[in-house]
Design a protein around this ligand. Structure first.
Ligand code: GLU
Length: 425
C-alpha cells in the first residue's frame, strides 16, 4: 500500500496538490488575504487512507489503498468524485479535493470539496472483484460520508455502476434507501436526467462562450479533444452536434485525426463495442502527444493531469485551451501559454458541468421531485454562463489570466465565509 503524502509516480510528474497550492497563494496575494487563512486553506481538513481487502476470483487476497480527502466543508458538505486508476496517490487526491472546493465555490453551489480514489486498474478486475472492491471501500468510509457530510460521485475509472454499489452499501448499512449519499447514480435509483452528458455539456458551454468572447462562431470552429471517456466523448458529441468540427480525438491507446472533421457518433459506437481509437481506421492515427500540438481553434484536454507541460506548451497551436480534465496544465505551461497569448479556461470553470448536475441531482433527491432533461439543462446553462461571466469580468477588471481570476473569485468566497463563521471554538 502506498500511503505517503510525498510519493510521486515519476520525477517529471507535477502533483495537482502543488499546483493548487501555488494558485491559491497567487490568488491570496491578489486578495491580500491573511497568511494564516492561506495556510488553513492549503491543508485538507480530513485525510483518510483505508486498506481495502478484496478476495480475487482466483482465491488470493489483495489489499488496495483507498483514500478520501475532505479538503473543506466551510460552504457545505464535502463533494467530489471517486477515482479508480493505477496512478492514484494520496497527494494527487489531496490536490483534486482542493480543486473541488474552488470549483463548487466558483459555481456558487453550496458544497465544500473532497476527492476519493483507489490505486487500481479497474480494467484488470472482473465485475465481481470490482463490486467487492467498491463495496468494501464504501464500508470503510461509512461514518465519513452521507448526504449532509460528504457526497461522492464518479471520476476517472468509475461510473453510475459504482455509484449504485456505493449507494446500496451505504443504504444497507443504515437500513433504508439513501439516494443522496452519492450523485451520478443510475436514473432508476434517483439519478438525474442529463448527468451522464453534464461535464461534456459544460465544456460545450465554455467553448461556445469563450469563442464568442473572441468574436468567433462555434459553427465550423476546429476542436481537438484528448480523452474519449465520460468527458471527452460527451464533449465531442455535443460540440459536433452544435456545428463545431472535431478534428482529432484520442484515448489511452492514441488518437486519430481528420482535418475535415470526424464522425463522432460512429466513434462512440466503435469504442462502446470495445474498440480502441488507434484501431479505428478511416482516419490518420496520431499519438496523444501529437494531438496536443495540432493546429486548431480549441484544444480540450479531457483525460488526466500533467498533459500540457513546459515541454510541449511552446508547441501548442490552439487559440483556446478548455480544460475538460482536472489539472491538465502545469504551472510552467500556464506561464508559457500566457506569454504566447493562448487563453486557458481553467478546470474549475470549464469542467464544472459534472458537479453542477450532481448538485441538481442531490437537490431533486432531497425534494423528492424529479425534473425533465430540458429543465436540468437550463439550470446547468444558467449556472455555467453566470460563472463564465463572473470570471470574464474579473479577468478584465483585474487584468489577470483566466485561471487566476477564477481562483480569486473562488478563494475569496471561501475566505469570506470562513471570516463570517469564525474559528471554532
Ligand atoms: N469528478 C467530477 C469532477 O471532478 C464530478 C464531481 C462531482 O460530481 O461531485 O468535477
Amino acid at each position: 500500500m502506498v500511503t505517503s503524502l510525498d510519493d510521486a509516480p515519476n520525477p517529471a510528474y507535477i502533483c495537482p496538490y502543488d499546483m493548487a497550492c501555488s494558485n491559491l497563494e497567487r490568488a491570496a496575494q491578489v486578495l491580500k488575504l491573511d497568511a494564516g487563512i492561506v495556510t488553513f486553506l492549503s491543508v485538507p481538513r480530513r485525510v483518510l487512507t483505508v486498506a481495502v481487502p478484496v478476495r480475487l476470483d482466483d482465491g488470493t487476497l489483495r489489499i488496495f489503498a483507498g483514500h478520501r480527502v475532505q479538503h473543506s466543508n466551510i460552504l457545505g458538505p464535502y463533494k467530489g468524485g471517486t477515482r479508480f486508476h493505477p496512478a492514484v496517490t494520496l497527494r494527487e487526491i489531496s490536490g483534486l479535493a482542493m480543486l473541488m472546493t474552488w470549483k463548487c465555490a466558483l459555481l456558487g453551489i453550496p458544497y465544500g470539496g473532497a476527492k476519493g480514489g483507489i490505486a487500481v486498474d479497474p480494467r484488470r478486475l472482473s465485475l465481481g472483484e470490482l463490486e467487492r472492491l467498491t463495496r468494501r471501500y464504501t464500508t470503510e468510509l461509512i461514518r465519513d460520508i452521507g448526504p449532509q457530510i460528504d457526497i461522492p460521485a464518479p471520476d476517472v475509472g468509475t461510473s453510475s455502476r459504482e455509484m449504485a454499489w456505493m449507494m446500496d452499501t451505504y443504504s444497507m448499512s443504515v437500513g433504508h434507501a439513501v439516494p443522496g449519499v452519492v450523485t451520478g447514480k443510475p436514473l432508476s435509483i434517483g439519478g438525474s436526467k442529463g448527468r451522464d452528458l453534464a461535464t461534456g455539456r459544460g465544456v460545450l458551454i465554455t467553448v461556445r462562450e469563450a469563442l464568442a468572447s473572441l468574436n468567433l462562431a462555434l459553427a465550423g470552429a476546429t476542436v481537438a479533444i484528448q480523452g474519449f471517456g465520460k468527458v471527452g466523448a460527451a464533449a465531442a458529441l455535443l460540440l459536433r452536434q452544435s456545428g463545431a468540427r472535431v478534428v482529432a480525438v484520442s484515448d489511452g491507446s492514441g488518437g486519430i485525426t481528420d482535418p475535415h472533421g470526424l464522425d463522432v457518433e460512429q466513434l462512440i459506437e466503435f469504442t462502446r463495442a470495445g474498440g480502441r481509437l488507434v484501431n479505428f481506421g478511416g482516419a490518420k492515427p496520431i499519438s496523444n502527444a501529437e494531438l496536443l500540438t495540432l493546429p486548431c481553434d480549441v484544444l480540450v484536454p479531457a483525460a488526466l493531469e500533467n498533459q500540457i507541460t513546459e515541454h510541449n506548451a511552446h508547441a501548442i497551436r490552439a487559440r483556446l485551451v478548455i480544460e475538460g480534465a482536472n489539472a491538465p496544465t502545469t504551472l510552467e505551461a500556464d506561464h508559457i501559454l500566457e506569454e504566447r497569448g493562448i487563453i486557458v479556461l481553467p478546470d474549475i470553470l470549464a469542467n464544472a458541468g459534472g458537479v453542477v448536475v450532481s448538485y441538481l441531482e442531490w437537490v431533486q433527491g432531497l425534494s423528492y421531485l424529479f425534473w425533465d432533461e430540458d429543465k436540468v439543462n437550463q439550470e446547468l446553462e444558467k449556472l455555467m454562463v453566470e460563472a463564465y461571466r463572473r470570471v470574464e469580468r474579473q479577468t478584465k477588471a483585474l487584468g489577470l489570466p483566466w485561471r487566476l481570476a477564477a481562483y480569486t473569485l473562488a478563494v475569496g468566497r471561501v475566505a469570506e465565509a470562513f471570516m463570517h463563521r469564525g474559528l471554532y471554538p
